[in-house]
Design a protein around this ligand. Structure first.
Ligand SMILES: [Zn+2]
Length: 94
């Protein structure tokens, strides 16, 4: 199984001159603005047109709240929530 929808997006994500980024922890694709701080979530691959999987940014904070983390910047959040393990470990998200 390919990690991404097409080779072009994979190449783009490795190319610093292209301002598209993927955040595995949120399963979220974004376009960065010039300043690199503001960004906008994108729903479709700009190269092949495939719809990206749904972003899990909200689910990430919901799951953390369920286990008692109100401060999402807390350093003690479980390791699985620092990468894509948390949603890969939960069948409802894959
Ligand atoms: Zn694609």
């Amino acid at each position: 199984m390919h990690k991404y929808c097409c080779d072009k997006i994979e190449t783009s994500l490795g190319d610093k001159t292209i301002k598209i980024k993927y955040f595995p922890v949120f399963r979220q694709y974004v376009i960065k603005h010039k300043d690199n701080y503001a960004s906008r979530t994108i729903q479709f691959c700009p190269w092949c047109g495939s719809k990206f999987p749904k972003s899990l940014a909200k689910e990430w904070s919901d799951e953390l709240e369920k286990i008692g983390f109100d401060d999402l910047l807390d350093e003690n959040i479980p390791d699985e929530f620092k990468n894509d393990s948390w949603w890969k470990n939960r069948k409802c998200y894959v």
